[in-house]
Design a protein around this ligand. Structure first.
Ligand code: HEC
Ligand code: HEC
Ligand code: HEC
Ligand code: HEC
Ligand code: HEC
Ligand code: HEC
Ligand code: HEC
Ligand code: HEC
Ligand code: HEC
Length: 423
């Protein structure tokens, strides 16, 4: 009896909660009967998951099946970029609404600080980016979703839709080649071809909602987000000191470019192509040229020593020697070369001397190790040679002895027969 009562209550509870849920679920909006595409896009979006429907943004009567009734008098059509912006901002600027989702609420206020926002505020320019140019209106996805147009993988295409458009950019006297430059840079290739998790995309350097070109003196901070060791050395350089005094503006991008960053090489110290030392320090007698030569020689010499030692190490490894410690020394030298290359940004050969000396010492240790093991290898070879020769001689002697014994045996056998005959 007791069990039956319990089951009945359980069934009642379950059906009651199911009923409650059905009541909470909003009836499907009829707008989609006529607006299939928007309906489809919205179901894919993060907004649909949060229960946001057509009327949340547009207003209107979701249950009406006639155009006039459905739209009503107040339907929001978002005909100007500003109206659309405010629609998105109405929820996304509200701490109350965003708190439970853990989302920031500064997108709209940051937007007004961006070049995009400033221009829109100035004259309602419809060409600048608004929320929907970057995120879409109906098919809005989470920023971290790799399919989202604002995901780092897709920013080149999203920002590039306007920023690679030469005609459009001309109106604003902006360089439309920055997108192609970025795509072919070490950063662009690292992100788009190798999916490098920490390669910068457009918004990493510019910000997304507050997108601005970095002010010249902020560029080292932009690059320093990831290249902090190099930034530290750069800060000690005469260029940085002059920049801080406002006397010059030599920044990371003066030598590396902003969008066209490529793998740097020591040739930059000697050359006069754009960004190379010689492009600004044109006078052969400029003290900077002497310094550039020394920096070049320091790292290329250590580099060459490491390459040579590496070759010998490989030959030795081919002989089956155990070279653990020597490999260790050479790795240490390689690490020091990396540090030496970064420290060239101080533009001070004396400040670098210590690292280069330690690098050379590690190469020396590698060489000494290889020589000792080479000697052991040689000794072992000689010993093996002697051992082989002795074994051979011993074998020959043994063979000869065996012959003699076999030859003598015949003799004795014959003598025995002769002795039998005599008997
Ligand atoms: C019976 C079909 C029908 C229903 C239901 C309907 N619409 Fe429409 N809607 C139309 C037609 C036709 C147009 C084009 C004429 C116009 O702009 O009024 C339109 C236009 C719109 C536009 C403006 C497009 C533009 O470019 O200006 C919006 C926004 C819109 N509908 C939203 C909604 C919403 C939201 C709902 C539900 C509350 C809804 N519609 C329900 C037929 C419908
Ligand atoms: C998160 C807010 C939001 C939601 C939810 C939303 N819309 Fe929109 N909708 C917009 C904005 C913003 C625009 C303006 C887009 C533009 O100018 O490109 C727009 C544009 C439209 C247009 C005009 C499209 C065009 O090509 O001109 C129609 C029709 C429309 N919405 C219908 C719907 C329907 C139907 C739903 C529900 C399935 C819906 N919207 C849900 C924000 C929203
Ligand atoms: C009715 C309120 C409302 C409106 C209007 C609205 N949103 Fe949202 N939006 C939300 C909520 C709530 C979430 C959180 C959903 C979640 O995290 O599950 C969200 C999530 C997002 C996200 C994903 C954030 C993340 O986690 O990466 C983006 C992007 C976004 N909205 C952009 C927009 C854009 C663009 C518009 C204008 C076309 C807009 N929103 C209009 C309420 C709104
Ligand atoms: C120029 C392109 C661009 C514009 C314009 C833009 N966004 Fe974003 N948005 C991004 C990018 C890129 C991200 C990815 C995260 C980041 O880099 O900040 C993002 C992330 C978001 C997120 C995820 C949460 C967060 O802040 O990290 C929300 C929500 C959002 N945007 C809403 C908006 C709203 C609302 C507007 C309009 C006021 C807007 N966005 C305008 C590019 C843009
Ligand atoms: C819908 C087109 C459009 C999209 C998408 C767009 N932009 Fe823009 N952007 C513009 C226009 C137009 C200007 C020129 C505004 C001006 O100079 O007043 C501009 C200006 C800028 C500037 C300022 C340049 C300067 O020196 O004045 C930066 C930086 C920028 N955008 C970055 C971005 C980034 C990053 C993205 C992608 C996350 C992006 N934009 C997406 C149209 C767009
Ligand atoms: C590694 C950092 C970095 C990345 C990544 C980057 N930029 Fe820039 N961008 C800069 C710096 C620094 C400047 C300012 C100095 C300059 O003009 O070279 C700049 C300037 C700009 C300008 C103004 C150009 C002008 O003609 O005045 C635009 C527009 C721009 N970037 C758009 C983009 C877009 C779009 C992307 C993505 C395809 C992007 N940037 C990626 C660092 C970056
Ligand atoms: C978000 C992080 C990030 C930012 C910001 C960034 N970089 Fe990089 N950078 C990387 C990564 C990751 C690589 C390595 C790419 C690879 O090895 O494929 C790299 C590679 C480089 C290289 C080549 C280094 C080498 O060892 O060959 C140079 C030079 C460089 N960046 C300069 C800059 C400059 C200049 C800026 C600022 C305008 C900058 N980076 C901003 C992440 C960043
Ligand atoms: C005066 C010109 C100049 C300036 C300014 C400059 N660099 Fe360099 N950078 C070079 C040269 C030359 C090399 C090549 C050194 C080499 O080949 O070993 C280099 C190499 C690099 C490397 C690769 C070296 C390594 O560690 O493997 C990175 C990363 C780098 N620079 C980033 C930066 C950043 C970030 C800034 C700004 C904080 C900056 N550079 C400022 C000239 C410059
Ligand atoms: C974009 C132009 C530019 C590039 C490229 C450049 N410099 Fe300079 N450099 C300057 C300017 C301008 C000053 C003067 C700063 C001042 O007023 O003290 C300077 C000053 C110096 C100084 C200190 C003053 C002196 O002459 O003794 C040294 C050292 C120096 N540069 C070395 C280098 C080296 C090494 C490179 C290449 C890695 C290089 N510079 C690349 C512009 C440049």
């Amino acid at each position: 009896m007791k069990i039956l009562a319990r089951i009945t209550t359980l069934v009642l509870l379950v059906s009651a909660s199911a009923f409650a849920r059905a009541e909470q679920e909003p009836a499907p909006e009829q707008c989609i009967v006529c607006h299939g595409k928007e309906g489809h896009d919205l179901t894919q979006s993060i907004h649909a998951k949060a229960g946001i429907g057509c009327t949340s943004c547009h207003g209107g009567d979701a249950q009406a099946l006639e155009v006039e009734a459905a739209h009503g008098k107040e339907l929001k059509r978002f005909k100007t970029p500003r109206e659309a912006l405010e629609a998105c901002g109405s929820c996304h600027s509200s701490v109350e609404q965003m708190r439970i989702y853990g989302l920031r609420t500064d997108q709209l206020s940051l937007y007004w600080t961006s070049k995009h926002g400033q221009k829109l505020a100035q004259d309602g320019d419809p060409n600048v980016a608004t929320c929907i140019s970057c995120h879409g209106a109906h098919d809005v996805l989470r920023a971290a979703d790799t399919r989202s147009p604002v995901h780092p993988f897709n920013q080149v295409a999203t920002c590039g839709r306007c920023h690679a458009d030469e005609k459009l950019m001309q109106q604003y006297k902006l360089d439309a080649s920055v997108v192609a430059q970025y795509r072919n840079s070490i950063h662009g290739r690292a992100l788009m071809e190798a999916a490098h998790p920490s390669a910068p995309a457009c918004a990493t350097c510019h910000g997304s909602h507050g997108a601005n070109p970095p002010r010249t003196r902020d560029i080292e901070q932009v690059c320093g987000q990831c290249h902090s060791v190099v930034q530290g050395h750069y800060d000690d350089s005469p260029h940085a000191k002059a920049a801080k005094l406002g006397k010059s503006s030599v920044q990371c991008n003066s030598c590396h470019g902003s969008h066209s960053v490529q793998q740097p090489s020591p040739e930059m110290f000697l050359g006069d192509a754009e960004g190379h030392c010689g492009s600004c320090h044109m006078d052969e007698k400029d003290a900077a040229r002497g310094i550039a030569n020394k920096l070049h020689d320091g790292i290329t010499q250590l580099g060459a020593q490491i390459d040579d030692a590496e070759k010998d190490l490989r030959t030795a490894a081919g002989r089956g020697l155990f070279l653990g410690p020597e490999k260790g020394y050479l790795d240490e030298a390689r690490g020091l070369l990396v540090r030496a290359r970064a420290s060239t940004h101080k533009l001070s050969p004396p400040a670098q001397a210590d690292i280069l000396d330690r690098g050379a010492a590690s190469v020396m240790q590698t060489r000494e190790g290889l020589e000792t093991k080479g000697r052991i290898f040689r000794d072992r070879k000689i010993f093996t040679g002697i051992f082989c020769a002795l074994t051979l001689i011993f074998a020959v002697v043994l063979l000869m002895y065996a012959r003699i014994i076999r030859g003598g045996g015949k003799h004795w056998a014959a003598a025995d027969l002769e002795a039998d005959d005599e008997r």
